[in-house]
Ligand binder design. Structure first.
Ligand code: NAP
Length: 317
């Protein structure tokens, strides 16, 4: 039986499955392992099932024992893993696409609604019972007829587009490559960031965190947006230069932001906390029971597929 380390506690259903299929070392206290503890615990293991909280950088990967053949990430994003370093050591890296797209798209839509309709201010006022209805109280931005720009029209972006269409939004998008008409469903392609941002009344960031996408929202690009645009991010914090976005919010160039993900999670830039027009969530994208079980099961099956066939359809390096 192959031996695996699972770095974070999973839902019980998934831990039971892992324990049936492998000699699985579980983390019942859900301790956040340091680099040295993680390396120590992988001794004698064939695979490690990681989460986005595990920083699998070059140094960590180089210290893994030779017995490790797979790093199976419990996420579709793999910005926490140095793919090249793993490849050099002959370690396959896998992810969990598709199974979390619906849940994450729901949160993507919640960010858009929460930011445009001033949900943070509304929740605070309702909790404090200090509000009085009036015709102009907490007036927000209606979505019907507005333009939604999607940066990264992949699995999650396309699902967000489908829901947004039903809210009456007009969809624009930018990817490095244009989609087929079938996938576009009428969405308008932009071959540059500038072109997309300049027509985005609302932006939904749905692309992966890579060297190319790091700080794509920055001092210069934030100026491309129409005045009073809304920026939402359901992908990864590294795509946004926080200081540039906070400055644009403070001077009302950007009307509001909706954020699920941050640089240095869980330590948000305090500038976000000080601004009432920022609607924030604590990285809830895939956080539903069905989705978390499906993700964990897929991460476990990815390891099994690799050892049974020598490959895995969800290998990303
Ligand atoms: P996906 O299907 O691979 O879609 C990514 C899209 O981004 C593709 O359309 C891709 O198109 C585009 N893209 C990639 N690099 C780009 C670049 N440099 N410039 C412009 N567009 C670029 O991925 P997905 O499953 O939708 O997931 C997207 C991301 O969401 C993940 O990487 C993850 O970080 C994040 N996520 C967050 C949560 C959460 O809890 N908040 C949950 C799940 C996923 P091209 O290749 O044509 O450029």
């Amino acid at each position: 039986m192959k031996k695996i380390l699972i770095t974070r506690r999973l839902l019980k259903e998934s831990e039971d499955k892992a324990s049936k299929m492998f000699d699985a070392n579980l983390n019942s206290n859900d301790e956040l392992y340091s680099q040295s503890k993680l390396i120590e615990l992988t001794q004698g293991c064939d695979a490690v099932l990681t989460s986005l909280t595990d920083k699998m950088d070059e140094e960590t990967i180089n210290k893994l024992p030779d017995s490790i053949k797979v790093i199976s990430n419990f996420a579709v994003g793999f910005g926490n893993i140095d793919l090249e370093a793993a490849k050099k050591r002959g370690i396959a890296v896998t992810n969990t696409p598709e199974v979390l797209s619906d849940a994450t798209a729901e949160i993507g839509i919640l960010l858009i609604l929460g930011a445009c309709r001033r949900a943070s201010e509304g929740i605070e006022a309702a909790r404090e019972s200090n509000w009085k209805w009036s015709a102009d109280y907490l007036i927000g931005k209606q979505l019907t007829g507005t333009r939604l720009g999607i940066l990264g029209m992949g699995r999650i972006g396309q699902k967000i587009a489908n829901i947004a269409r039903s809210l009456g939004m007009i969809i624009h998008y930018h990817n490095r490559s244009k989609l087929s008409e079938d996938k576009e469903q009428g969405a308008i392609y932009h071959d540059s960031l500038k072109s997309l941002f300049s027509v985005s009344d609302v932006l939904s960031i749905c692309c992966p965190a890579t060297k190319e996408t790091e700080n794509m929202i920055n001092k210069e690009t934030v100026e491309y947006f129409p005045k009073g645009a809304v920026i939402t991010n359901v992908a990864r914090g590294d795509i946004v230069d926080d200081e540039a976005l906070i400055d644009a919010l403070n001077r009302r160039k950007i009307y509001a932001a909706g954020l699920d993900v941050y640089k240095n999670e869980p330590n948000l830039n305090p500038g976000y906390l000080k601004n009432k027009s920022v609607f924030i969530l604590p990285h809830l994208g895939s956080a539903t029971k069905d989705t978390r079980i499906a993700m964990a099961n897929l991460a476990i099956d990815n390891i099994n597929e690799f050892f049974e066939t020598g490959n895995c359809k969800n290998k990303v390096n």
